[in-house]
Design a protein around this ligand. Structure first.
Ligand code: SF4
Ligand code: SF4
Length: 451
């Protein structure tokens, strides 16, 4: 029997039920402009955008409506219409935050702005490419929402040799990146070449999990056609294994390099960008098209008709759900993102933001609703932690109120992948324990450095 040995990371990891079948076969559908969008000024990591429109202004789709100042990026109108009073509204992560609300107006004078291709886009200098990416409001679309121009601006003393393009999409249920790889492979490959030029590397490695081999083949075909002379570009099919799409695990699988604890990938000569971000970078550089929409997988047993939708930013989740036939009677939980690292949402009157790649509606009782048991020292959480941390030790010390004693067990390194919680037979909320310990240790360190 032939056993295929695929590239993957070394330690830990789990194989949760993928739950991708409901949407993997569904192409991306464009959602028409909704009657209203709500665009939070803060939907990226960094300073919030600063409004440059006011109540009553008429705006066209594609027009800049807020400036990116400091470490932030600008924001653009995702539909044409009239600006309502700028006020605080429910936000998916910040509870309440200022947002620009646009009520749709159908008027020929408010036709969407057009973004024709700039014939000279391939020859642009690096600084101009970065400025177009910033100006287009592009952020990491894999969920992190870190401004892309900042991730591509490396510190002066840093040298990198590889761009890793992340098409692993290891979160259960989500297929938005998979369908994008099938729909827009040229834009993804062109965007990757642009980013490689910006960071000064000629080695570009795509990582795609083995349950998406057709996407890997499509990308490989485009690379054969579009890879510039002298570039080493390839697609590696990596093992379908959670959290293969985490930066550390993908870099380990593709390059064999280990990112030191708490360091960034450039510490080992690598920059990592997601496939959807690569496509947005291509649009930004090639035709100055701002980020106006994103692909969202709407799925789970709690939704009537799962779909992959290209959604205008700021559209309300309640409308998104309505477009998918509504929620089922037994739906109990709303998750933004995937179930492993996503965020539980309390309501549906929240907007789609730049980092939101999925909306998963689940049924049944949630984790920890029935409480949890004591640690029985089975060691399973230790086996699956991809970083070799000790969540069991952290958890018992947090329970005992001994937060300062959690430091040796790696609480500060935890990136909350959830693998430990997934396997714990006592259903202990290990990620939450790690979060409590991490913030206590950081607070203590900050206080010491101030004193
Ligand atoms: S998996 Fe749960 S019960 Fe087992 S050692 Fe870890 S915390 Fe304890
Ligand atoms: S959540 Fe943290 S402690 Fe748990 S497996 Fe992931 S990295 Fe390890």
């Amino acid at each position: 029997m032939h056993v295929e040995h695929l590239k993957t990371f070394g330690r830990g990891g789990i194989h949760p039920d993928p739950h991708k079948r409901a949407t993997a076969g569904l192409p991306i559908e464009d959602v028409p402009p909704p009657m209203e969008v709500r665009l939070p000024l803060q939907q990226h990591l960094g300073d919030p955008a600063v409004p440059i429109v006011k109540k009553g202004d008429l705006v066209r789709r594609g027009q800049k409506i807020a400036e990116g100042e400091g470490t932030g990026v600008p924001l653009h109108a995702s539909i044409s219409g009239k600006v309502k009073p700028i006020d605080r509204h429910p936000h998916p992560t910040l509870v309440m935050a200022p947002a620009i609300v646009i009520a749709r107006v159908d008027d020929p004078d408010l036709a969407p702005l057009e973004f024709p291709v700039d014939p000279g886009w391939r020859e642009l200098p690096r600084e101009e490419m970065l400025e177009r990416i910033r100006e287009a409001g592009v952020v990491g679309l894999g969920g992190a929402a870190f401004p892309t121009y900042r991730k591509l601006q490396l510190p002066p003393d840093v040298r990198v040799d590889t761009l890793v393009v992340n098409g692993a999409e290891c979160e259960p249920y989500l297929t938005s990146d998979y369908r994008l790889m099938l729909a827009e492979p040229d834009a993804i490959v062109e965007g990757a070449v642009l980013m490689a030029r910006i960071i000064g590397v000629k080695r570009v490695l795509f990582g795609v999990e083995s349950d998406k081999r057709d996407a890997a083949r499509v990308l490989a075909g485009v690379i054969r056609r579009l890879a510039p002379d002298g570039y080493e570009m390839r697609v590696d099919v990596v093992e379908t294994r959670y959290p293969q799409g985490a930066e550390r695990q993908l870099v380990a699988a593709l390059t064999g390099r280990t990112i030191p604890p708490r360091a960034l990938p450039y510490a080992v000569g690598v920059v990592v960008q997601n496939v959807a971000t690569a496509s947005a970078v291509y649009d930004a550089v090639c035709r100055r098209r701002p980020l106006l929409d994103r692909v969202v997988t709407v799925t789970g047993p709690g939704i009537a008709e799962p779909r992959n939708l290209r959604v205008p930013l700021g559209m309300l989740l309640s409308e998104l759900v309505a477009r998918c036939g509504g929620i089922t009677d037994d739906a109990t939980r709303i998750i933004a993102g995937g179930p492993m690292m996503g965020r539980a949402l309390p309501r549906l009157d929240l907007p789609v933001t730049k980092g939101m790649n999925g909306l998963v509606l689940l049924t049944g009782r949630g984790p920890f609703e029935d409480g949890y048991g004591p640690c029985i020292q089975c060691g399973r959480c230790l086996e699956v932690c991809p970083l070799g941390l000790e969540p069991d030790q952290v958890s018992v010390r947090v329970e005992a109120g001994k937060l300062a004693e959690t430091a040796p067990y790696g609480a500060e390194e935890c990136y909350e992948c959830g693998s430990c919680t997934f396997v714990c037979p006592s259903q202990r909320p290990l990620v939450q324990f790690m979060q409590v310990a991490k913030s206590a240790l950081r607070r203590a360190r900050d206080t010491r450095s101030v004193a």
